[in-house]
Design a protein around this ligand. Structure first.
Ligand code: HXC
Ligand code: NAP
Length: 272
């Protein structure tokens, strides 16, 4: 899939969790379209590598090592982004954690850690960037997952967290719409080569075959598919799209996605 034509020159794009996989793919799409980028995640090494990748696209890019669970660090990061780059035009919130685990076996802390990163982390990123968003005009994109609306075995934590993320999308869309801020969720399907798919469908797992068979388009998505969707949603062409939860999944969420749960259950059982 090639990149569509968008013009994001003179726009500031912030991507939380933007140092690998889908989120770095989205950041790279915006960088190729001329945007100025700021990315953050926990690992300084991943931040440095991602900033190099984005600069390689000719973008002005800066990075921060911070955890979306740490409100004080987030406040500092957003203040610094504003001082260096000015108001944020596009905010992508995509930090997340995932592992397959049975609800009757994972610890309370294992469930909590995913809620803390995905759900509370999304709230924190929106809440503490709010002051620095361009008003009117900012576009927020929360990265959800099919698990938000398709129950999946071994994913009780992720299903609960991402359903909450989509409700943050809808409520902030209502609260912030009057100020000219749009908030939407993008729901990736199975995106090839990503950490998420490595964790849920490692080579040789039955899940891997289930995924290909259960996507109506009969292929996994690419990070470029996600970047194109993000650039569309953030653009003026989507200026009346607000509070929407938009699958970018080849039709996987129409019914097929739930089948992966059986593959995950088999995998967890075989690891015992
Ligand atoms: C059961 C597990 C576990 C596992 C960790 N835990 N892995 N429990 N099965 N496989 C438990 C630990 O024992 C601990 O509980 C608790 O979770 C917290 O673990 P920590 O390692 O201390 O947490 P932390 O260092 O904060 O790391 C968070 C993490 C980690 C989520 C556990 O995997 C991570 O950093 N992931 C980020 C990258 C990632 O997951 N990317 C994929 C996103 S894909 P106790 O009780 O022992 O303290 C995605 C959707 C994909 O989100 C959808 C595809 C369709
Ligand atoms: P990934 O490469 O692991 O991306 C997760 C990013 O979040 C990384 O940059 C990671 O970097 C960062 N991160 C994790 N915990 C963080 C924290 N506490 N604070 C700050 N940053 C944190 O995974 P991915 O598979 O591309 O997934 C990206 C997004 O797409 C996630 O929201 C995921 O739920 C969603 N999604 C993925 C798929 C898929 O097919 N892969 C499908 C549906 C939805 P650090 O380790 O440096 O912190």
């Amino acid at each position: 899939m090639s990149q569509c034509q968008f013009d994001y020159r003179n726009r500031v794009v912030f991507v939380a969790g933007g140092t690998s996989g889908i989120n770095l793919g989205i950041a790279t799409g915006f960088a190729k379209a001329g945007a100025t980028l700021a990315v953050m995640s926990r690992s300084q090494q991943k931040v440095d590598t991602a900033v190099d990748v984005l600069k390689g696209q000719g973008s002005h890019a800066i990075g921060f090592a911070a955890d979306v669970r740490d409100v004080d660090s987030l406040k500092e990061v957003f203040e610094q982004v504003f001082q260096e780059l000015g108001p944020i035009d596009v905010l992508v919130s995509g930090a997340a954690g995932n592992f397959p685990a049975a609800a009757n076996e994972m610890s309370a802390n294992a469930f909590k850690v995913v809620i803390d990163i995905d759900l509370l982390g999304t709230f924190n990123v929106l809440r503490y960037s709010y002051k620095y968003l361009r008003k009117p005009g900012a576009s927020i994109i929360n990265i959800s997952a099919p698990q938000a609306f398709v129950p999946m075995e071994m994913q009780s934590h992720v299903c609960a967290a991402k359903a909450g993320v989509d409700m943050i999308t809808r409520t902030t869309a209502m609260e912030w719409g009057p100020e000219g801020i749009r908030v939407n969720s993008l729901v990736p399907g199975p995106i090839e080569g990503t950490e998420g798919m490595k964790r849920l469908t490692p080579p040789g797992s039955t899940g891997r075959q289930i995924v290909i068979n259960s996507v109506p388009m009969k292929r996994q998505g690419t990070v470029e598919d996600m970047a194109n969707a993000a650039m569309f949603v953030a653009s003026d062409a989507a200026s009346y799209i607000n509070g929407a939860v938009i699958p970018v999944d080849g039709g996987w969420g129409l019914g097929g996605a739930g089948q992966l749960g059986q593959g995950l259950a088999d995998m967890v059982k075989s690891e015992k």
